[in-house]
Design a protein around this ligand. Structure first.
Ligand code: AMP
Length: 281
């Protein structure tokens, strides 16, 4: 595996790959890799002939006071994991390489960021859309893979790629979970053993909503109410949002009379966790 840390070298490499007929697959990450990240690489391999993974903790998607500095990092371990997954190129730029002095261009979407995580993290999706656009121009992928765990992010990327006519196939991949159901996340590393049962209330409340729906309860407020009850039974939780919404527009739905997204964000101690599932009547 080659490790590349400059934009120029990565662009030249990508151009060379394209000219020699290779199909470039791309998985952007912030590192501290787990089985969720690796599943995207495994899903991508049959779709491409050269696999590029990036590790970049993107300061533009963190607001002041969020965990940019504290975000877990372990480059040596990540590199070993990527070698084992037969990744061809690891793109690992530093902050200055992607945001040199004078940087002032941003990609923003109008509507999708006005829901769910965008409400409590108003700079987040602009930061994501901007860095992913930059990475797409640098890595020049034919296909890029993103996790459904970050459902709203996946929708933002799909919309952006469509709106800006980027010639890239976007592939969404299912959420990989710990054996107990907790959605894998680099931020799970922040959780103490005592916080773990509280963290499990996210997936448990999604499951409960699925069961209630199967039993004929379709009013969103009742499904959300049951989820709230499960989550607030632990005193170290703070609900950011629980939403039942249209899976495309993310606009709230009152009743699950067609396919709906149930998404939630909960702080356990100081760790903000998200999870979601599709509810089908
Ligand atoms: P991150 O490093 O958190 O920015 O995530 C990089 C990519 O991995 C994103 O497309 C995420 O949606 C995806 N991802 C993160 N956690 C999971 C998971 N548990 N299952 C599947 N994909 C994931």
């Amino acid at each position: 595996m080659d490790v590349i840390s400059t934009v120029r070298q990565m662009q030249e490499y990508a151009e060379h790959l394209r000219c020699s007929g290779k199909k470039i697959g791309f998985v952007p990450t912030m590192g501290y890799l787990h089985a969720g990240h690796l599943s995207l690489i495994q899903r991508g391999h049959p779709l491409c002939s050269a696999m590029v993974v990036s590790i970049f903790v993107n300061p533009a998607q963190f607001a002041p006071g969020e965990d940019f500095e504290a975000y877990p990092r372990n480059f040596d371990r990540d590199r070993e994991l990527l070698e084992a997954e037969k990744v061809d190129i690891l793109f690992y730029p530093d902050t200055h390489e992607l945001y040199p002095q004078g940087f002032q261009t941003c990609v923003n979407l109008d509507k999708l960021p006005k829901h769910l995580c965008g409400l409590s993290r108003p700079v987040f999706f602009g930061g994501v859309a901007t860095v992913v656009t930059k990475l797409f121009h640098i890595v020049k992928p034919h296909v890029a893979l993103f996790g459904e765990k970050d459902y709203q992010q996946l929708m933002v990327i799909r919309r952006m790629v469509f709106d800006l006519n980027m010639d890239i196939q976007i592939v969404g991949c299912p959420t990989v979970r710990e054996p107990d159901g907790l959605a894998m996340s680099s931020r799970n590393a922040y959780l103490t053993a005592e916080q773990r049962p509280a963290a499990l209330t996210l997936c448990r409340s999604l499951e409960r909503a699925g069961q209630m729906l199967a039993a004929g309860v379709s009013e969103a407020h009742r499904l959300i109410g049951a989820a709230k009850q499960i989550i607030t039974s632990y005193s170290n939780t703070h609900i950011d949002y629980i939403s039942i919404c249209d899976p495309e527009t993310l606009e709230e739905m009152e009743r699950v009379d067609r396919s709906a997204l149930m998404a939630l964000a909960v702080k356990v101690g100081t760790t903000r966790l998200i999870d979601n599932r599709i509810l089908s009547p």
